[in-house]
Write a protein that binds this ligand. Structure first.
Ligand SMILES: Cc1cc2nc3c(=O)[nH]c(=O)nc-3n(C[C@H](O)[C@H](O)[C@H](O)COP(=O)(O)OP(=O)(O)OC[C@H]3O[C@@H](n4cnc5c(N)ncnc54)[C@H](O)[C@@H]3O)c2cc1C
Length: 296
């Protein structure tokens, strides 16, 4: 444990976790599997470590993936491994299954959580991109306040900057409506494994098809903006177009026109990303359209 951290708590209930957060009054930090937190902590020099860590992976009722009415709900204790293994996710959120299944290696997936992926707020976080394409929402718990659901898109402020203050709030769960009849979703990415995963680009999508026409498309991509990005112009362009390879080819300039592609020294040049992004759009959309056809 990094020097400076005095206490490590493993509360059994959400109430207990909120009580601890309230008592530490900003000097503690919520953690999940620690796969981002401890790596960042080891890299960063300086900065004030929290007095205590509050591990929320053991909260009763928030460790699993479950169905609640129209939604699939994923709790803060659900690891990527558990999400990938969930029949609910396999049937109703193929994009999420694919993205969580690509995160790190088995050791990382066995402890890392989707809530940690979201709270870390990186623009190309794999699980986050799929949840964004699925129109996900997140539940935020703050001591003394009722649990509040908000659209996932509002959870980000900038690269690595979350709207959730992990020293005072808990991201308790995420939820989304699973894909239904004539719907499909998929995720594709290119990355460079170098000890830790260095994403070059990722793209998640969800489509609804009626009589061979794209009725609705949701597309999330990263890193193409300071936060995980919904490609709204590309989505609008594809609406009403035939569910065909030609439509995807026509959509490529629209997608490239609304994404800001940067060169990053350890990952990829902007030019390379410009080549990769269209391929990801084709790959993910083709798979999602095939799934939608099978679900007709
Ligand atoms: C070797 C390696 C490979 C990786 N590969 C990938 C990859 O391919 N794709 C990818 O997207 N990521 C990857 N990651 C990053 C990481 O594993 C994921 O982002 C993971 O989902 C983080 O979850 P966690 O539970 O471990 O988060 P933690 O490390 O516990 O927390 C991350 C941040 O979120 C906050 N936090 C965590 N949970 C909550 C909560 N419930 N409420 C409020 N705040 C919270 C913490 O305070 C911290 O700031 C990799 C990491 C490693 C070490």
């Amino acid at each position: 444990m990094p020097i400076g951290i005095q206490d490590y708590h493993t509360p059994a209930t959400l109430d207990e976790a909120l009580d601890l957060l309230g008592r530490y009054n900003g000097s503690s930090r919520v953690v999940g599997g620690g796969t981002d937190y401890f790596v960042d902590d080891a890299r960063e020099s300086g900065g004030q470590p929290p007095h205590a860590l509050i591990d929320v992976t053991g909260l009763q009722g928030w460790q699993e993936v479950r169905r609640e009415g129209d939604h699939i709900v994923i709790g803060c204790g659900a690891t990527h491994t558990r999400i990938v293994a969930s029949p609910l996710v396999q049937q109703g959120a193929a994009a999420l299954m694919e993205s969580c299944g690509l995160i790190g290696g088995p050791q990382v997936r066995n402890v890392g959580t989707l809530m940690g992926n979201i709270a870390h707020a990186l623009p190309a976080a794999d699980g986050t991109l799929s949840l964004l394409a699925l129109d996900g929402e997140v539940a935020v718990a703050t001591p003394g306040q009722a649990l509040a659901w908000m659209p996932l898109a509002q959870a980000f402020r900038g690269p690595g900057k979350s709207a959730i203050d992990s020293t005072r709030q808990i991201l308790v769960a995420a939820r989304f409506r699973p894909t239904g009849r004539s719907e499909g979703s998929a995720f594709a990415r290119v990355m460079r494994p170098q000890g830790v995963a260095l994403p070059i680009a990722g793209l998640a999508c969800r489509v609804a098809v009626q009589n061979g026409t794209i009725e609705r498309a949701a597309i999330a991509a990263g890193p193409v903006a300071p936060t995980p990005f919904r490609a709204a112009r590309t989505e609008a362009f594809l609406r009403g177009k035939p569910a065909s390879a030609d439509s995807l080819t026509e959509a490529i300039p629209v997608l490239l026109g609304e994404c800001t592609l940067r060169t990053s020294p350890h990952r990829a040049s902007a030019e390379y990303r410009r080549e990769v992004l269209p391929a990801l759009l084709r790959e993910a959309m083709t798979r999602a359209l095939e799934r939608a056809a099978r679900a007709a």
